[in-house]
Unconditional design. Sequence first.
Length: 130
Amino acid sequence: MKNISNEQPQVEKITLLKANDINIAQDDGQAANMLGKHYQSELETAISETNISKSSGPDGIHWQMISNLGQRGRQRFLDIINESWRTGQLPRDRRRAIVIPKRNPSKEANPPESFRPIALTCIARKVVEK
């Protein structure tokens, strides 16, 4: 039996990856960038599928604010999402959450075990996570 450390690393060629029938990835790095980029249609789907009854998070932005963005506002929001994805950095408010205890209705109100934490995160983060 061969020792794993003696084996040569396996390299596989990428499958051709096209974006918008225009760009073709030439290597793994380009393919990763193409897969990481979010598109307007994905944003529209995520906005339409986000639960409108969700509470706002620490940034104070409500669901209606994002859903009522015009075309330029949505494009700017998409630019921010893509820049965040490209750099691997989240805006500070999107890393925060308001944590509140919620009582389990089937348990007594006094012991701490009767509660579970609920994290209120930013609506913008919820849209991106879709």
